[in-house]
Design a protein around this ligand. Sequence first.
Ligand code: HEC
Length: 206
Amino acid sequence: MASNHELAVEILQTIPGYVSEFQFVFDSSHININMVTESIAEFERTLVTPNSRFDQWLLGDKDALTDQEKDGYRLFKLTGCAGCHNGPAEGGQAYQKMGSFNSYDTTHPSIGRQAVTGSRSDRMRFKVPTLRNIELTYPYFHDGQARTLEEAVDTMVWVQLNRKFSPTGNAKAVSFLKTLTGDLPQIILPILPPSGPDTPSPQPFE
Ligand code: HEC
């Protein structure tokens, strides 16, 4: 955010309110970038959305899902979606090609992970996204091309698995995905400590 590691550390080091917090947590008033990333990671660990109806069902509440949603979960596993979207976040565990079987048509210029690694085999590979709260995070895919979950599911089943869902199958899968919406964290915005006299302004591009 208009910064780099050196500048971020320098800014924090000149703000007494941060220095005392780092002293308290890390027992050191000499801030370094590892302390900063560890702090951010610790905050991000609180950004979980527990208690979705799917979680309640996994914990044994047999009535937390309707029959239609349970059918959708069965389809999700049987068709092969769970091969990529798995683990506690139903995703986030791997990079996979967008278009494993059939190519994904897009005018978007992104080449996926190849832009990071330079390797041709990473062309159109993207991080498998989490499906938690997927109902709330449209539009879908790296180019935002799918505007509805119905469309995203139809595209996935075709490009990734070379199959087609009937309208009923699609509706079942979508109804399952909607059970993955959890309780969102309530974040109370902190009042940030003010800058000190020596705090540099952001000048990342000089
Ligand atoms: C081969 C691995 C793989 C399989 C199998 C797979 N997906 Fe995906 N899925 C991905 C990847 C990679 C993306 C990200 C694509 C992109 O951003 O362009 C994705 C994206 C999605 C998205 C959009 C997420 C978002 O936040 O934009 C949904 C919804 C989805 N998948 C559902 C499914 C369903 C339902 C199935 C089964 C029919 C399925 N996926 C099968 C790898 C897979």
